[in-house]
Design a protein. Structure first.
Length: 296
């Protein structure tokens, strides 16, 4: 229904809000994950292409009886897998407001206030992390896209170089870096995996050795990726030492801080993140992925 009345909108809102209340209130009684199959899920859905529309109550019934039970319950108190932000009531209402406005942030004039809100929010986080005033950032769809953008920016710095480009990252780095290299035409085979120490941190001696060997072989080192908290162990690479190597060989330094970058706010571990000026960083903030580029 494209033009519902105010009363109908109110009824829909009440139904959906009541579902959210019931769902969150009974979440502890649900299994975190239900073993199922595609066939079992499809049995609760209509396989035929719908020709006519349906009412919200019917859709909520399908959602309640098929979609929710066969989904992973990310907000469950015993959901410990992956870096998964749980849904929250305020987040759901925020999504509702954003979808109601349905802003299109293609250019400033298309959505002046939302664009300024993004700029302001990014700048707040820039200040929290201690980035330089000239640093800029943006929200992107996820970690893979953030790392892709960073590697693409790094590649641009060597776009006129002759020879095979080489990217360096530890064996504990997220797989999206390798995917980025493949998608950008750099090639998975040109991602050099650096050994880690007993604390799963990048070994700077191995980084130096591999860069030197690549230079001797006529390759073009262009980027090194450090970790500010790996997803599997929370390891933080020796960022300052890596920064020194990057400066020595004129490499772009990108830091994947999705899992642990905000630990910089804790006095007890802040020194781990003292890596000098880096060129790009991405972190995950309550479901949003933020990326910064610095002119360092």
């Amino acid at each position: 229904m494209l033009e519902p009345s105010a009363d109908e909108i109110g009824e829909w809102a009440n139904s959906v809000t009541q579902f959210m209340i019931d769902y969150l209130g009974g979440l502890r009684d649900r299994p975190v994950y239900r073993q199922t199959s595609s066939r079992e899920i499809r049995s609760g859905l209509d396989w035929k292409l719908p020709i006519k529309g349906t009412d919200l109550d019917s859709l909520l019934k399908v959602f309640r009886e098929t979609i929710v039970p066969f989904s992973r319950q990310n907000a469950h108190p015993r959901m410990f897998g992956y870096v998964q932000s749980p849904g929250t009531p305020i987040g759901a209402f925020s999504d509702l407001l954003a979808s109601t406005l349905n802003a299109n942030l293609t250019i400033w004039r298309s959505a002046p206030a939302p664009v300024e809100l993004e700029r302001l929010t990014i700048d707040w986080i820039r200040q929290i992390l201690g980035f330089a005033p000239e640093a800029g950032g943006l929200f992107v769809s996820g970690g893979s896209m953030a790392n892709l953008a960073a590697v693409a920016a790094a590649r641009q710095t060597k776009q006129h170089s002759l020879g095979r480009l080489r990217l360096y990252t530890s064996s504990a780095t997220h797989f999206s870096i390798i995917k980025a290299a493949a998608l950008l035409g750099i090639g998975r085979q040109n991602v050099q995996h650096i050994a880690v120490d007993e604390r799963f941190r990048m070994r700077v001696d191995d980084l130096m050795a591999k860069i030197t060997a690549d230079l001797d072989a006529g390759c073009v080192p262009f980027c090194v990726v450090g970790n500010a908290g790996t997803v599997d162990t929370g390891a933080v690479d020796p960022l300052r030492e890596i920064r020194d190597v990057a400066n020595r060989f004129q490499l772009w330094m990108h830091v994947d801080g999705s899992y642990g970058a905000f630990a910089i706010l804790a006095d007890s571990v802040r020194k781990l993140f003292a890596g000098g000026r880096i060129r790009s960083l991405w972190i995950l903030i309550n479901g949003f992925t933020c990326q910064w580029m610095s002119g360092a």
